[in-house]
Design a protein around this ligand. Structure first.
Ligand code: NAD
Length: 296
Protein backbone atom coordinates (compact mmCIF):
# COMPACT_ATOMS: atom_id res chain seq x y z
CA UNK A 1 0.00 0.00 0.00
CA UNK A 2 1.39 3.39 -0.94
CA UNK A 3 -1.47 5.76 -0.08
CA UNK A 4 -1.80 7.61 3.21
CA UNK A 5 -5.00 6.64 5.00
CA UNK A 6 -6.97 9.76 5.93
CA UNK A 7 -8.06 9.33 9.54
CA UNK A 8 -11.52 10.89 9.61
CA UNK A 9 -12.17 9.54 13.09
CA UNK A 10 -9.20 11.41 14.58
CA UNK A 11 -10.05 14.62 12.68
CA UNK A 12 -13.68 14.39 13.80
CA UNK A 13 -12.63 13.93 17.43
CA UNK A 14 -10.50 17.09 17.23
CA UNK A 15 -13.41 19.00 15.68
CA UNK A 16 -15.81 17.79 18.37
CA UNK A 17 -13.39 18.84 21.12
CA UNK A 18 -13.10 22.31 19.57
CA UNK A 19 -16.90 22.57 19.29
CA UNK A 20 -17.22 21.56 22.96
CA UNK A 21 -14.78 24.31 24.04
CA UNK A 22 -16.66 26.92 22.05
CA UNK A 23 -20.03 25.60 23.30
CA UNK A 24 -18.80 26.17 26.86
CA UNK A 25 -17.91 29.79 26.00
CA UNK A 26 -21.32 30.22 24.36
CA UNK A 27 -23.13 28.84 27.42
CA UNK A 28 -21.24 31.26 29.69
CA UNK A 29 -22.10 34.20 27.42
CA UNK A 30 -25.72 33.31 26.57
CA UNK A 31 -26.81 31.75 29.87
CA UNK A 32 -28.06 28.67 28.02
CA UNK A 33 -26.56 25.81 26.02
CA UNK A 34 -26.72 25.63 22.20
CA UNK A 35 -29.72 23.40 21.42
CA UNK A 36 -30.32 20.81 18.70
CA UNK A 37 -33.73 19.24 18.08
CA UNK A 38 -33.80 15.93 16.20
CA UNK A 39 -37.08 14.56 14.89
CA UNK A 40 -37.54 10.89 14.05
CA UNK A 41 -40.75 9.63 12.44
CA UNK A 42 -41.26 5.88 12.57
CA UNK A 43 -38.94 3.11 13.69
CA UNK A 44 -36.46 2.56 10.87
CA UNK A 45 -33.62 0.75 12.69
CA UNK A 46 -30.76 2.59 10.92
CA UNK A 47 -32.43 5.98 11.52
CA UNK A 48 -32.99 5.12 15.20
CA UNK A 49 -29.27 4.38 15.59
CA UNK A 50 -28.33 7.67 13.88
CA UNK A 51 -30.75 9.67 16.03
CA UNK A 52 -29.48 8.08 19.24
CA UNK A 53 -25.85 8.75 18.36
CA UNK A 54 -26.65 12.35 17.35
CA UNK A 55 -28.34 12.90 20.73
CA UNK A 56 -25.39 11.45 22.64
CA UNK A 57 -22.83 13.45 20.66
CA UNK A 58 -24.83 16.65 21.20
CA UNK A 59 -24.86 16.21 24.98
CA UNK A 60 -21.16 15.19 24.96
CA UNK A 61 -20.35 18.50 23.24
CA UNK A 62 -22.07 20.45 26.04
CA UNK A 63 -25.20 21.18 24.02
CA UNK A 64 -28.86 20.55 24.79
CA UNK A 65 -30.43 17.70 22.83
CA UNK A 66 -34.18 17.55 22.23
CA UNK A 67 -35.28 14.30 20.60
CA UNK A 68 -38.84 13.99 19.25
CA UNK A 69 -39.92 10.46 18.31
CA UNK A 70 -43.18 10.35 16.39
CA UNK A 71 -45.14 7.25 15.32
CA UNK A 72 -44.80 5.97 11.73
CA UNK A 73 -48.41 6.98 10.96
CA UNK A 74 -47.81 10.67 11.83
CA UNK A 75 -49.50 12.94 9.28
CA UNK A 76 -47.74 15.65 7.34
CA UNK A 77 -49.76 18.32 9.19
CA UNK A 78 -48.71 16.92 12.57
CA UNK A 79 -45.05 16.93 11.56
CA UNK A 80 -45.28 20.43 10.09
CA UNK A 81 -46.86 21.74 13.27
CA UNK A 82 -43.99 20.26 15.34
CA UNK A 83 -41.48 21.91 12.97
CA UNK A 84 -43.27 25.25 13.41
CA UNK A 85 -43.14 24.88 17.21
CA UNK A 86 -39.41 24.16 17.03
CA UNK A 87 -38.89 27.14 14.69
CA UNK A 88 -40.43 29.36 17.39
CA UNK A 89 -38.64 27.76 20.37
CA UNK A 90 -35.83 30.05 21.59
CA UNK A 91 -33.96 27.11 23.17
CA UNK A 92 -33.71 25.32 19.81
CA UNK A 93 -30.91 26.57 17.53
CA UNK A 94 -30.83 23.70 15.07
CA UNK A 95 -33.56 21.41 13.72
CA UNK A 96 -32.86 18.12 12.00
CA UNK A 97 -35.62 15.92 10.64
CA UNK A 98 -34.16 12.47 10.09
CA UNK A 99 -34.69 11.21 6.52
CA UNK A 100 -36.17 9.16 4.98
CA UNK A 101 -39.71 10.00 6.09
CA UNK A 102 -42.71 7.65 5.77
CA UNK A 103 -44.37 7.80 2.35
CA UNK A 104 -47.45 9.80 3.45
CA UNK A 105 -45.13 12.76 4.17
CA UNK A 106 -43.68 15.05 1.51
CA UNK A 107 -39.99 15.43 2.46
CA UNK A 108 -39.54 18.59 0.40
CA UNK A 109 -42.44 20.29 2.21
CA UNK A 110 -40.96 19.41 5.60
CA UNK A 111 -37.47 20.62 4.66
CA UNK A 112 -38.96 23.86 3.32
CA UNK A 113 -40.84 24.39 6.62
CA UNK A 114 -37.64 24.44 8.72
CA UNK A 115 -36.49 28.01 9.36
CA UNK A 116 -33.37 28.50 7.17
CA UNK A 117 -31.47 29.90 10.19
CA UNK A 118 -32.14 26.64 12.11
CA UNK A 119 -31.51 24.38 9.10
CA UNK A 120 -28.28 22.80 10.41
CA UNK A 121 -28.53 20.01 7.81
CA UNK A 122 -28.28 22.64 5.07
CA UNK A 123 -31.04 21.03 2.98
CA UNK A 124 -33.43 24.03 2.79
CA UNK A 125 -33.64 25.47 -0.75
CA UNK A 126 -32.57 28.87 0.63
CA UNK A 127 -29.36 27.37 2.01
CA UNK A 128 -28.81 25.40 -1.22
CA UNK A 129 -29.20 28.71 -3.11
CA UNK A 130 -26.83 30.50 -0.75
CA UNK A 131 -24.20 27.79 -1.32
CA UNK A 132 -24.64 28.03 -5.10
CA UNK A 133 -24.34 31.83 -4.90
CA UNK A 134 -21.27 31.77 -2.66
CA UNK A 135 -23.20 33.38 0.23
CA UNK A 136 -22.86 32.33 3.87
CA UNK A 137 -25.43 29.77 5.00
CA UNK A 138 -25.66 26.21 6.28
CA UNK A 139 -23.91 23.57 4.20
CA UNK A 140 -24.85 19.85 4.33
CA UNK A 141 -22.70 18.10 6.93
CA UNK A 142 -21.23 15.22 4.93
CA UNK A 143 -19.81 17.25 2.01
CA UNK A 144 -18.55 19.98 4.35
CA UNK A 145 -16.76 17.26 6.33
CA UNK A 146 -15.21 15.96 3.07
CA UNK A 147 -13.87 19.42 2.20
CA UNK A 148 -12.41 19.78 5.69
CA UNK A 149 -10.56 16.47 5.23
CA UNK A 150 -9.34 17.51 1.78
CA UNK A 151 -8.04 20.87 3.00
CA UNK A 152 -6.35 19.27 5.99
CA UNK A 153 -4.60 16.86 3.61
CA UNK A 154 -3.87 19.07 0.59
CA UNK A 155 -4.00 22.65 1.87
CA UNK A 156 -4.98 24.90 -1.04
CA UNK A 157 -7.26 23.05 -3.51
CA UNK A 158 -7.15 25.79 -6.12
CA UNK A 159 -6.77 24.61 -9.72
CA UNK A 160 -7.07 20.90 -8.93
CA UNK A 161 -9.24 18.67 -11.13
CA UNK A 162 -12.06 17.13 -9.07
CA UNK A 163 -14.58 14.49 -10.06
CA UNK A 164 -17.64 14.04 -7.86
CA UNK A 165 -19.50 10.80 -8.55
CA UNK A 166 -23.16 11.21 -7.55
CA UNK A 167 -25.52 14.18 -7.86
CA UNK A 168 -27.81 13.92 -4.84
CA UNK A 169 -28.93 17.07 -3.02
CA UNK A 170 -27.44 15.67 0.19
CA UNK A 171 -23.93 14.85 -1.00
CA UNK A 172 -23.02 15.13 -4.70
CA UNK A 173 -24.39 18.56 -5.63
CA UNK A 174 -23.28 20.45 -2.49
CA UNK A 175 -19.90 18.68 -2.69
CA UNK A 176 -19.41 19.96 -6.23
CA UNK A 177 -20.43 23.51 -5.17
CA UNK A 178 -17.98 23.46 -2.28
CA UNK A 179 -15.12 22.29 -4.50
CA UNK A 180 -15.99 24.99 -7.02
CA UNK A 181 -15.86 27.47 -4.14
CA UNK A 182 -12.33 26.19 -3.46
CA UNK A 183 -11.46 26.95 -7.13
CA UNK A 184 -11.26 23.34 -8.28
CA UNK A 185 -12.22 22.40 -11.83
CA UNK A 186 -15.23 20.23 -11.07
CA UNK A 187 -16.91 17.45 -13.04
CA UNK A 188 -20.10 15.90 -11.67
CA UNK A 189 -20.61 12.30 -12.79
CA UNK A 190 -23.82 10.31 -12.35
CA UNK A 191 -25.65 7.20 -13.49
CA UNK A 192 -25.85 8.44 -17.11
CA UNK A 193 -22.19 9.45 -17.37
CA UNK A 194 -20.32 7.86 -20.27
CA UNK A 195 -16.91 6.30 -19.60
CA UNK A 196 -16.66 7.08 -15.91
CA UNK A 197 -13.24 5.36 -15.54
CA UNK A 198 -11.71 7.74 -18.10
CA UNK A 199 -13.14 10.78 -16.27
CA UNK A 200 -11.91 9.57 -12.91
CA UNK A 201 -8.40 8.91 -14.32
CA UNK A 202 -8.00 12.66 -14.95
CA UNK A 203 -8.89 13.69 -11.41
CA UNK A 204 -6.58 14.94 -8.67
CA UNK A 205 -9.53 14.62 -6.27
CA UNK A 206 -12.15 11.87 -6.50
CA UNK A 207 -15.26 11.97 -4.32
CA UNK A 208 -17.43 8.85 -4.58
CA UNK A 209 -21.02 9.21 -3.32
CA UNK A 210 -22.96 6.57 -5.18
CA UNK A 211 -24.05 3.78 -2.85
CA UNK A 212 -22.53 0.93 -4.92
CA UNK A 213 -20.07 -1.30 -3.10
CA UNK A 214 -16.47 -0.96 -4.37
CA UNK A 215 -17.56 0.40 -7.76
CA UNK A 216 -14.51 2.65 -8.20
CA UNK A 217 -11.55 0.40 -9.05
CA UNK A 218 -7.85 0.95 -8.45
CA UNK A 219 -7.05 1.26 -12.16
CA UNK A 220 -9.46 4.23 -12.41
CA UNK A 221 -7.32 6.27 -10.03
CA UNK A 222 -4.63 8.67 -11.21
CA UNK A 223 -1.37 7.97 -9.34
CA UNK A 224 -1.10 10.27 -6.33
CA UNK A 225 -4.78 11.36 -6.39
CA UNK A 226 -6.74 12.00 -3.20
CA UNK A 227 -9.79 9.75 -2.88
CA UNK A 228 -12.73 10.53 -0.60
CA UNK A 229 -15.14 7.63 -0.21
CA UNK A 230 -18.58 8.72 1.04
CA UNK A 231 -20.32 5.41 0.34
CA UNK A 232 -21.57 3.23 3.16
CA UNK A 233 -22.64 -0.19 1.92
CA UNK A 234 -23.36 -3.25 4.03
CA UNK A 235 -22.26 -6.41 2.20
CA UNK A 236 -22.07 -10.12 2.91
CA UNK A 237 -18.81 -11.08 4.64
CA UNK A 238 -19.47 -14.86 4.60
CA UNK A 239 -20.36 -17.15 7.52
CA UNK A 240 -23.60 -15.24 8.05
CA UNK A 241 -21.75 -12.02 8.83
CA UNK A 242 -21.85 -8.62 7.13
CA UNK A 243 -19.35 -5.77 6.87
CA UNK A 244 -19.30 -2.16 5.72
CA UNK A 245 -17.50 -1.17 2.52
CA UNK A 246 -17.35 2.08 0.60
CA UNK A 247 -17.95 2.93 -3.05
CA UNK A 248 -14.21 2.56 -3.69
CA UNK A 249 -12.26 -0.72 -3.81
CA UNK A 250 -10.06 0.41 -0.92
CA UNK A 251 -7.15 -2.06 -1.20
CA UNK A 252 -6.79 -1.43 -4.95
CA UNK A 253 -7.09 2.36 -4.62
CA UNK A 254 -4.55 2.42 -1.80
CA UNK A 255 -1.93 0.98 -4.21
CA UNK A 256 -2.26 3.97 -6.54
CA UNK A 257 -3.69 6.97 -4.71
CA UNK A 258 -1.75 9.53 -2.69
CA UNK A 259 -4.35 9.37 0.07
CA UNK A 260 -7.67 7.65 0.62
CA UNK A 261 -10.39 7.62 3.26
CA UNK A 262 -11.28 4.22 4.76
CA UNK A 263 -14.81 2.91 5.34
CA UNK A 264 -15.58 2.88 8.20
CA UNK A 265 -13.50 5.58 9.91
CA UNK A 266 -13.20 8.09 7.07
CA UNK A 267 -16.04 10.40 6.09
CA UNK A 268 -18.66 8.82 8.39
CA UNK A 269 -17.42 10.28 11.71
CA UNK A 270 -17.16 13.74 10.13
CA UNK A 271 -20.90 14.00 9.50
CA UNK A 272 -21.94 14.23 13.17
CA UNK A 273 -18.95 16.42 14.05
CA UNK A 274 -19.99 18.92 11.35
CA UNK A 275 -23.61 18.77 12.54
CA UNK A 276 -22.41 19.89 15.98
CA UNK A 277 -20.30 22.59 14.35
CA UNK A 278 -23.31 23.84 12.38
CA UNK A 279 -25.43 23.87 15.56
CA UNK A 280 -22.80 25.94 17.34
CA UNK A 281 -22.76 28.43 14.46
CA UNK A 282 -26.60 28.56 14.50
CA UNK A 283 -26.60 29.21 18.26
CA UNK A 284 -24.26 32.19 17.87
CA UNK A 285 -26.37 33.65 15.06
CA UNK A 286 -29.66 33.12 16.87
CA UNK A 287 -28.33 34.63 20.12
CA UNK A 288 -26.57 37.50 18.33
CA UNK A 289 -23.18 36.47 19.80
CA UNK A 290 -20.31 36.89 17.33
CA UNK A 291 -18.22 33.88 16.31
CA UNK A 292 -15.05 34.59 14.33
CA UNK A 293 -15.23 33.18 10.78
CA UNK A 294 -12.02 31.20 11.35
CA UNK A 295 -13.01 30.02 14.87
CA UNK A 296 -14.07 26.66 13.58
P1 NAD B 1 -28.34 8.78 -3.74
O1 NAD B 1 -28.86 7.41 -4.01
O2 NAD B 1 -29.29 9.88 -3.46
O3 NAD B 1 -27.45 9.24 -4.97
C1 NAD B 1 -26.58 8.36 -5.63
C2 NAD B 1 -26.01 9.04 -6.85
O4 NAD B 1 -25.15 8.11 -7.50
C3 NAD B 1 -27.05 9.46 -7.86
O5 NAD B 1 -26.88 10.84 -8.14
C4 NAD B 1 -26.78 8.62 -9.11
O6 NAD B 1 -26.87 9.38 -10.31
C5 NAD B 1 -25.33 8.20 -8.89
N1 NAD B 1 -25.09 6.88 -9.50
C6 NAD B 1 -25.82 5.76 -9.36
N2 NAD B 1 -25.28 4.77 -10.09
C7 NAD B 1 -24.19 5.27 -10.69
C8 NAD B 1 -23.21 4.74 -11.57
N3 NAD B 1 -23.25 3.47 -11.96
N4 NAD B 1 -22.24 5.56 -11.99
C9 NAD B 1 -22.16 6.84 -11.58
N5 NAD B 1 -23.06 7.40 -10.74
C10 NAD B 1 -24.06 6.62 -10.31
O7 NAD B 1 -27.26 8.60 -2.57
P2 NAD B 1 -26.64 9.66 -1.53
O8 NAD B 1 -27.63 10.00 -0.50
O9 NAD B 1 -25.93 10.76 -2.28
O10 NAD B 1 -25.54 8.71 -0.84
C11 NAD B 1 -24.50 8.12 -1.60
C12 NAD B 1 -23.74 7.17 -0.70
O11 NAD B 1 -23.16 7.90 0.39
C13 NAD B 1 -24.57 6.07 -0.03
O12 NAD B 1 -23.78 4.91 0.10
C14 NAD B 1 -24.87 6.63 1.34
O13 NAD B 1 -25.08 5.60 2.30
C15 NAD B 1 -23.58 7.36 1.62
N6 NAD B 1 -23.72 8.48 2.57
C16 NAD B 1 -22.80 8.54 3.57
C17 NAD B 1 -22.86 9.56 4.49
C18 NAD B 1 -21.82 9.63 5.57
O14 NAD B 1 -22.06 10.18 6.61
N7 NAD B 1 -20.64 9.09 5.34
C19 NAD B 1 -23.85 10.54 4.39
C20 NAD B 1 -24.75 10.49 3.32
C21 NAD B 1 -24.67 9.44 2.41
Amino acid sequence: MTAAVIDGKAFAEKLRARVADLAEDFTAAAGRRPGLAVVLVGEDPASSVYVRSKGKATEAAGMASFTHRLPAETSQDELLSLVRRLNADPLVDGILVQLPLPKQIDEDAVIAAIHPDKDVDGFHPINAGRLASGLPGFVPCTPLGCVMLLKERLGDLSGLDAVVIGRSNIVGKPMAQLLLGESCTVTIAHSRTRDLPALVRRADIVVAAVGRPEMVRGDWIKPGATVIDVGINRVDAGEGKTKLVGDVAFAEAAEVAGAVTPVPGGVGPMTIAVLLRNTLVAAHRNAGIPLAADAI
